[in-house]
Design a protein around this ligand. Structure first.
Ligand SMILES: [Zn+2]
Length: 404
């Protein structure tokens, strides 16, 4: 039997962008020094793809599902369902999970902070535990998470509600964005209860005394019922791991039956341990067939409107992740397939995601001496759409590349 080909999928989150005036009218991918990525594009294939199915919001959850080979339109139930999987919280068939933020709403009724001052995990969990105790009833459970990010699971909870992510309404009056729709009163009641429980809570008293923002209430969003993805082993005959600093992508890994690999110093920000992620990927490929590496930093730079930092994050992704992983695959001298992609655009001018097409490259190796040569092709928003008027969905391409 022929030896199995190793497959590496390397994802820089939110690398896509629009032309930026501060970069001379070019995009970060156009100005970044990233010879390794450009060489993959030159020696392999490169084209534009659509990562987000029509009609779906360009979230990292939906887009990364596509880059893992799953059509979000057929599998996606809601962000909180993926987060529950990542936290290994089992959901029964009639359970609905809600991502639950601890937020700061000002006396004037505006959303002051969707993260309640980037609350430490210990404080956040203490508040959520008190709320869970006060709300105690059959079929209702608050689960403490990380920092300001927690989960609520409601048996038979409402699913058709209009829920607004709190990071989208910074500075706006919250009254206009409260949960709406049939059954919304179940969430509104809990939000009211949280105001009472948190008002006199010792954690908030200590935070106020220290000049920090208190959590004034909870904000539920991202509702989802239990989600199932066909495991990689069954679907592609692949065993492997996922390397990421982000809970959401860890949740997808759990749902795919892939190992969640933690790398010390992986922060999800531009100070992340890029080289450690590259090294962990090489080790993962040494013991299994597949690795998916997700680097969050370029996306965060987009959200914070920092073009130069975004260029630097892309360069570090190329130099410390793409370069070393590719070199290790070449050095092994065995058949491999390397995919380099991004999940969506996070234009620095918009500070949010868009669903416009993004570049996608793949290469079958080994390619020998060419891997260290000087070949270069564009890997950016200007590359042609391959043979079609509309870019194909990334999930179909990845699915096919993982199968054949
Ligand atoms: Zn993303």
């Amino acid at each position: 039997m022929q030896e199995k080909r190793k497959i590496a999928v390397l994802v820089g989150d939110g690398m896509g962008d629009d032309p930026v005036a501060a970069l001379g009218g070019k995009t970060p991918l156009q100005v970044a020094k990233m010879p390794d990525i450009r060489r993959v594009a030159a020696l392999g294939h490169v084209q534009l793809v659509q990562t987000v199915p029509d009609g779906m919001a360009p979230g990292s959850d939906v887009a990364n599902m596509g880059l893992l080979g799953y059509h979000a339109g057929e599998n996606y139930t809601g962000r909180a369902a993926i987060e529950a999987a990542g936290a290994r919280i089992p959901l029964a068939a009639d359970d609905v999970a809600y991502r639950t933020n601890l937020v700061t709403v000002g006396d004037d009724g505006t959303m002051v902070d969707y993260s309640a001052g980037d609350m430490p995990t210990e404080d956040g969990r203490a508040l959520i535990a008190s709320l869970d105790e006060a709300a105690a009833r059959e079929g209702l459970k608050f689960h403490g998470g990380v920092s300001y990010r927690h989960l609520l699971v409601l048996r038979g909870g409402p699913t058709g509600l209009v829920l607004t992510p709190p990071h989208e309404i910074s500075g706006r009056p919250v009254a206009e964005y409260l949960p709406r729709g049939e059954g919304a009163e179940r969430l509104l009641e809990l939000m009211e209860l949280s105001k009472k429980v948190f008002a006199g809570h010792p954690v908030n008293a200590a935070r106020r005394a220290a000049g920090k923002r208190p959590a004034t209430q909870i904000w539920p969003w991202g509702a989802g019922k239990a989600m199932r993805l066909q495991p990689y082993r069954e679907r592609y005959g692949l065993e492997g791991g996922v390397i990421t600093a982000v809970d959401l992508v860890r949740g997808l890994a759990e749902l795919c039956g892939l190992e969640v690999i933690r790398v010390p110093g992986a922060t999800g920000w531009i100070d992340t341990n890029y080289a450690g992620k590259g090294q962990a990927a090489i080790e993962c490929l040494g013991r299994s067939d597949f690795v998916y590496v997700h680097v969050e930093a370029p996306d965060e730079c987009g959200h914070k409107g920092m073009p130069e930092a975004k260029v630097e994050a892309i360069e570090n992704f190329s130099r410390h992740v793409v370069g070393p992983v590719w070199a290790a695959l070449e050095a092994a001298g065995k058949p491999y397939r390397l995919l380099v992609c991004t999940d969506h655009r996070t234009p620095v001018a918009k500070r949010g995601h868009t669903a416009d097409p993004v570049p996608f490259a793949w290469l079958d190796g080994p390619v020998g001496a060419a891997a260290a040569g000087s070949a270069a092709a564009a890997f950016d928003e200007s590359v042609p759409v391959s043979g079609a008027i509309k870019p194909p969905l990334a999930c179909h391409i990845v699915d096919s590349l993982l199968r054949h």
